[in-house]
Ligand binder design. Structure first.
Ligand code: NDP
Ligand code: 2IT
Length: 453
């Protein structure tokens, strides 16, 4: 059959067996549609049923998590680990703690992770996990008890050569610490089974900064290729978590000014540029909101989401040269993309996973805005997790400069490969096609080489 029919048949299969998983379907649609030219040239992928096998996780673990809150009440949550693909290496991908977490979201994230990890050039497969637990407003003791309860089950399914989780939304150094402590206690093993650890007990320098720095390194390659730079550019970064903060830090180092940030309640416009030390103190130390930033920073204005135009995310109404969506999936709609374009935005680089809707993505590609898609642009985080695994395996620690240089080289390499692959298949400047084809090909070829498993 034609490649187009093969793709449509696989998407129909997903609709039939995963009918309540629209976000996974969205992600699979983007990947599969853009690899059609490769499938057209290589019939062996269909002959070996690669797509049907690839869209089905190797294993999905769903478990109950019970912890005691500070009032002495038992609280129950769903815990998950989607072990999607081990073709290129141990399952690798973060853990997300957020009330919205469900199997649909984790399947999308794990599927995306397969191709992202492939692009890094490291030997890591794709996985993702988490829980529908809201860390916001919980005491430190509650977070610790939840992490321990979560790990009491997850520990049965992970290991440094089988599955290596890390952080994602709601899971940072504190949570990784509690989970590592629990893992060690349960298994009596001190090894590199989690990444994003603290520096004094096996973590890697630059892991904290890696996703944000990597996104800016990647975007900078696009600008360099077009004889431009970040010097003097006005930028907007959505979110105000780990990815957002270190995107801002690198943008500042490159001479850009970031004028807006957000969280799930609203956004802040700071015409003088975000004060990064204040933001870090508010978010990383005091664990407050961006509205608190506006209260403490002279000249900054806070706009609550109740004032957003219907169907839009207010932060994208702020005029900018470059936008870095760094909060969550589908946070940038078609209307938002049109607003950015109208206001002169020239580059969008995705720190978050799948932040643009399919409609927004199509508009951005057609509009000529430079577009750095998530699985390429935000691969710096997991790549540095891979570097953490290498250091752990060798029982060594590299300096900040060494890790940063390796991260920078990986991001440059991902840019070269995605842009050259796009060109090779006749999609010049379409890095979505370039990233999907380059990421897919390596995994698909390995699936054929490893037989039907
Ligand atoms: P954090 O938990 O540190 O920060 C998340 C930020 O996004 C917060 O500002 C949060 O606001 C906002 N946010 C989360 N969910 C929503 C929502 N439903 N609507 C609006 N805003 C929301 O997470 P990270 O910075 O680590 O992750 C951000 C994104 O980057 C995610 O898409 C993640 O998958 C992706 N990513 C992360 C990597 C990493 O290394 N950490 C690597 C690659 C990608 P609020 O506080 O109000 O919830
Ligand atoms: O989406 C991602 O790439 C991450 N959350 C980081 C995963 C990792 O294993 O470092």
């Amino acid at each position: 059959m034609s490649a187009k029919s093969y793709v449509n048949e696989t998407l129909d299969l997903i609709k039939r067996v995963s009918s309540r998983q629209p976000i996974f379907l969205q992600c699979a649609t983007e990947v599969l549609k853009s690899i059609t030219p490769l499938l057209d040239l290589n019939k062996q992928y269909e002959e070996h049923a690669v797509l049907q096998r690839m869209v089905m996780p190797e294993r999905t673990i769903i478990f109950r998590v019970v912890y005691i809150d500070d009032k002495g009440h038992a609280q129950t949550h769903f815990g998950y680990r989607v072990q999607f693909s081990s073709v290129l290496g141990p399952y690798k991908g973060g853990l997300r703690f957020h009330p919205s977490v469900n199997l649909d979201i984790l399947k999308f994230l794990a599927f995306e992770q397969i191709f992202k990890n492939s692009l890094t050039g490291l030997h890591i497969g794709g996985g993702k996990g988490g829980a529908n637990f809201d860390p916001k407003g919980k005491s430190d003791a509650e977070i610790m008890r939840f992490c321990q309860a979560f790990m009491s089950e997850l520990s049965k399914h992970i290991g440094y050569s089988t599955d290596v989780p890390a952080g994602d939304i709601g899971v940072g150094a504190r949570e990784i610490g509690y989970m590592f402590g629990a893992y060690k206690k349960i298994t009596s093993k001190f090894d590199g089974t989690l990444t994003g650890k603290a520096i004094n007990w096996g973590g890697s320098l630059v892991r904290k900064e890696a996703t944000g720095y990597g996104a800016v390194y990647f975007a900078n390659e696009i600008l360099k290729d077009n004889k431009d730079s970040f010097e003097g550019k006005t930028c907007v970064v959505s979110g105000s978590g780990n990815v957002a903060i270190y995107t801002i830090e690198k943008l500042h180092q490159y001479g850009a000014k970031v004028v807006a940030i957000s969280d799930s309640d609203g956004y802040v416009y700071d015409k003088d540029g975000i004060d990064l030390e204040l933001l870090k103190d508010i978010k990383e130390v005091r664990r407050l909101r961006v509205s608190d930033y506006a209260n403490e920073k002279k000249g900054a204005v806070y706009i609550s989401k109740v004032n957003y135009e219907k169907g839009t995310n207010g932060v994208w109404s702020v005029p900018c040269d470059c936008a870095f969506p760094s909060a969550t999936q589908n946070e940038l709609s078609l209307e938002d993309a049109k607003n950015l374009h109208k206001n002169g935005c020239k580059l969008i680089a995705e720190g978050a996973n799948m932040p643009c809707t399919l409609e927004a993505q199509k508009f951005i590609l057609d509009s000529g805005i430079f577009y750095a898609p998530a699985k390429a642009a935000n691969a710096g985080g997991v790549a540095t997790s891979g570097l953490e695994m290498q250091q752990n395996a060798n029982m060594t620690s590299w300096t900040f400069e060494e890790v940063d240089q390796k991260l920078h080289a990986i991001m440059k390499d991902i840019y070269t490969r995605t842009s050259e692959t796009a060109k090779e298949f006749g999609f010049e400047n379409n890095l979505v096609a370039g990233a999907n084809i380059a990421g897919f090909k390596k995994v698909a070829d390995a699936m054929i080489e490893q037989g039907y498993i």
